[in-house]
Design a protein around this ligand. Structure first.
Ligand code: 8YV
Length: 329
C-alpha cells in the first residue's frame, strides 16, 4: 500500500492549500462543482474510491455503505461530527472512519459566545436599524434594551472540548458556569472554571438563564431538549445551539418562542439543514446562522491538514490518529 497513491474522492471544494497538498500526496479527485452530493453521486463515489473525504452535507447511511465496493477502506471525514455516517455499518464492512477533532474547538466556542451576546444584546436587530436605509430615529433610554449577561447562569450541555472552551470564555464574561455531562469533568478543570455539575438535566434547565448545547448528536441525544424539557426552562431564558439541530425539538422550540414562554434562541444548526423551520424564521427572538461555527479559513485549513494526516498514516500502514469507533460518540 505504502508506495501506491490511493484514489481519494473529495465531495466538496476545500481550501486551495489543502487541495494542492492532497493532489501531491494522493490520486485525488476533487469536487469541481461545490454542491452537496446526492445519494446517486455518493453511491457512484463509494464504488470507486479507496478513500472518501465527505463533509456534513453527505448522508452516508447503511445504503451507501452497502453499495461501497471492496476497495473502499477509509472514510476520512472533513469535520468533527460524524452523525451523517453510519459508523457501525462502516466498521462491519471493514471501513475505517476518521474525523477532525480539536482543530475547530476555539472557533466554535467563539461562535457560541457570539450567539449568546447576539441574542442577549439584540445585535442583529440593532444592526438592521442602521442598514442601507438607516431608519434610526436617535437614542432613547428605553429602546433596544437587551439583557445583561454578567452574573447570569450558563448551563452547558456537553462538557467536552467545545463545552470547556466555551466555559473559559463565559467565565471571563462574568457568567456562572453550570454543566450537564455524562460524568463530571476532571476536578482541576471544575475548580478552574468554578463550575457546578448537574447530574439531572431537568433540574439544571429549570435554573439557568442561558443554556448552550455542546454535545454530539447520537441516538441518545436526539431531541434531548424535547418539548417537555424545553418547558422546564425559565420564561426569560435563552437557548443556544452550535452542535447539531437534532438535539433540540425545533418545532417545540419555535412554539415556545411564539408564545413568549422562552426568552430567545441563537441557532447555528438545524434539524433539516439547509431547511429552517419557517416559524423560527419569523421569530424576532431568534438569531439564526447558516452552520458557521467552524467557518474560519484557519480552521478549515487545519481540518484539511487533519484529513491529510489521517489518510497519509493509513497509506503508510498505520492506524490513523483520529479513528472513530462505534460507541465513541
Ligand atoms: C463542520 C461541524 O464545518 O465539524 C463539525 O462537526 O459541525 C462543522 O463545523 C462540518 O461538519 C464539516 O463537515
Amino acid at each position: 500500500m505504502s508506495k501506491r497513491k490511493p484514489l481519494v474522492i473529495v465531495t466538496r471544494k476545500l481550501p486551495d492549500v489543502v487541495e494542492t497538498r492532497m493532489m501531491e500526496l494522493f490520486n485525488t479527485r476533487l469536487s469541481a462543482a461545490d454542491e452537496a452530493m446526492d445519494q446517486e453521486a455518493l453511491t457512484a463515489a463509494v464504488k470507486q474510491a479507496e478513500v472518501l473525504v465527505p463533509t456534513v452535507t453527505d448522508r452516508i447511511g447503511k445504503d451507501v455503505i452497502a453499495a461501497a465496493g471492496e476497495q473502499l477502506k477509509l472514510i476520512a471525514n472533513f469535520g468533527n461530527g460524524v452523525d451523517h455516517i453510519d459508523i457501525e455499518a462502516a466498521q462491519k464492512k471493514g471501513i475505517t472512519v476518521t474525523n477532525t477533532p480539536g482543530v475547530l474547538t476555539e472557533d466554535t466556542a467563539d461562535m457560541t459566545m457570539a450567539l449568546i451576546m447576539a441574542v442577549s444584546r439584540r445585535l442583529i436587530e440593532g444592526a438592521k436599524v442602521i442598514g442601507a436605509d438607516n431608519t434610526w430615529a436617535g437614542w432613547s433610554p428605553t429602546w433596544m434594551l437587551g439583557h445583561r449577561i454578567w452574573g447570569k447562569r450558563l448551563g452547558i450541555i456537553g462538557m467536552g472540548r467545545i463545552g470547556t472552551a466555551l466555559a473559559r470564555r463565559a467565565k471571563a464574561f462574568g457568567l456562572q458556569i453550570h454543566y450537564h455531562n455524562r460524568k463530571p469533568v476532571n476536578p482541576k478543570v471544575e475548580e478552574e472554571l468554578e463550575a457546578t455539575y448537574w447530574e439531572s438535566l431537568d433540574q439544571m434547565l429549570a435554573r439557568m438563564d442561558i443554556v448552550s448545547i455542546n454535545c454530539p448528536h447520537t441516538p441518545a441525544t436526539y431531541h434531548l431538549l424535547s418539548a417537555r424539557r424545553l418547558k422546564l426552562m425559565k420564561r426569560e431564558a435563552i437557548l443556544v445551539n452550535t452542535a447539531r439541530g437534532e438535539v433540540i425539538d425545533e418545532g417545540a422550540l419555535a412554539r415556545l418562542l411564539e408564545s413568549g414562554d422562552l426568552g430567545g434562541a441563537g441557532l447555528d444548526v438545524f434539524e433539516n439543514e439547509p431547511a429552517v423551520n419557517p416559524r423560527l424564521l419569523k421569530s424576532k427572538k431568534a438569531v439564526l446562522l447558516p452552520h458557521m461555527g467552524s467557518a474560519t479559513i484557519e480552521g478549515r485549513i487545519d481540518m484539511g491538514e487533519k484529513v491529510i494526516i489521517n489518510i497519509k498514516t493509513w497509506v503508510d500502514g498505520h492506524n490513523p490518529p483520529d479513528r472513530v469507533l462505534p460507541g465513541m460518540v
